[in-house]
Design a protein around this ligand. Structure first.
Ligand code: ZN
Length: 305
């Protein structure tokens, strides 16, 4: 995503009793309340924490929602924790690397890192699902292989780490927890935060053979009546370069199982794949069953600023 400078910390965790020295990060994430800059009140001061480094943070300005220059308030790190590295504090490109295999395994155990070896391609067979009402919460991650992952800080060294095979819907399920989590996507050579993995379709202006995780806002979606009809979902796109428009093309049945129908205008769609030519425009087309999802409405705020 684009660099939003000091606006990079989209939300903070608010927890009145959490202690960084003695309590686990999972406690903060599961019991803490997610607070946006405009929701901050003075009584929260001292009890809100960075979603990545988990140090206490503050809002600037503290007691009103706007700066004197009219800009919206934002969360900022405290100088007293400057010795603790955080990628939300500095504008650090690239990704995160690990000193030892143990450090990487601990990050996986602490749910701060996940190795994705693949996304589920085929539609899983699930019984007891009512027609037209596919419940994605049934889909569990599949354990992938333990494989050599090149995320060591030392050149040429890789770690043996467990991977999983998952779905984009799975990433969307607890999207705000995942937003600042590190992932190694298929083929990646470092761990990157999900917010920096996501690519706005409005930054795309040509075909691209490397699969990436794109997001965009649905402008319209239409399909023929049949399951096998191709549903043409048009994405809001600032025309640039030589191409006319941007579509997500997927068969009607799979689209509808993901909630993509004639009425999903305005929703955010996430899709993993290659950008191809589509007539005079561009598209992602016929991606795997687990490679796309509508973002639940409650997480839309992460894409608005
Ligand atoms: Zn931080």
């Amino acid at each position: 995503m684009e660099d939003l400078g000091t606006f990079r910390i989209k939300f903070a965790y608010f927890h009145r009793a959490w202690d960084r020295e003695s309590d686990s990060v999972q406690v903060l994430k599961s019991q803490g309340r997610r607070v946006l800059p405009h929701e901050f009140t003075l009584e929260m001061d001292g009890f809100i924490f960075c979603p990545e480094c988990h140090t206490p943070i503050s809002r600037r300005p503290k007691n009103k929602e706007k700066m004197t220059n009219g800009r919206n308030a934002s969360f900022v790190h405290l100088p007293s924790y400057r010795h603790i590295g955080c990628n939300l504090r500095v504008n650090k490109g690239g990704g995160r690397r690990f000193e030892t295999e143990e450090e990487a395994k601990k990050a996986i155990a602490d749910e701060q890192l996940a190795i994705i070896s693949a996304f589920i391609v085929e539609r899983p067979e699930i019984k007891d699902v009512k027609k037209g009402n596919f419940d994605h919460s049934f889909i569990e991650d599949i354990n992938g292989e333990v494989s050599d992952v090149p995320i060591s800080r030392h050149t040429g060294e890789s770690f043996k780490l467990p991977s999983k095979i998952t779905t984009v819907s799975g990433l969307c399920r607890n999207f705000d927890d995942n937003y600042y989590k590190y992932f190694v996507f298929p083929g990646d050579t470092n761990a990157r935060r999900l917010d920096s993995i996501l690519v706005d379709v409005n930054r795309v202006n040509d075909i691209c053979d490397i699969p990436k995780l794109y997001f965009g806002k649905v402008q319209s979606s239409v399909s023929g009546p049949w399951d096998h009809s191709i549903r043409m979902t048009k994405i809001f796109w600032n025309r640039s370069g030589d191409f006319l428009d941007f579509y997500f093309k997927q068969n009607n049945k799979d689209s509808k199982d993901h909630g993509i129908d004639d009425n999903c205008r305005g929703r955010i769609i996430l899709m993993y794949g290659k950008v191809e030519r589509n007539g005079l425009g561009l598209c992602l087309s016929n991606v795997g069953w687990g490679e796309f999802s509508l973002l639940p409405e409650k997480y839309k705020y992460l894409f608005e600023h």
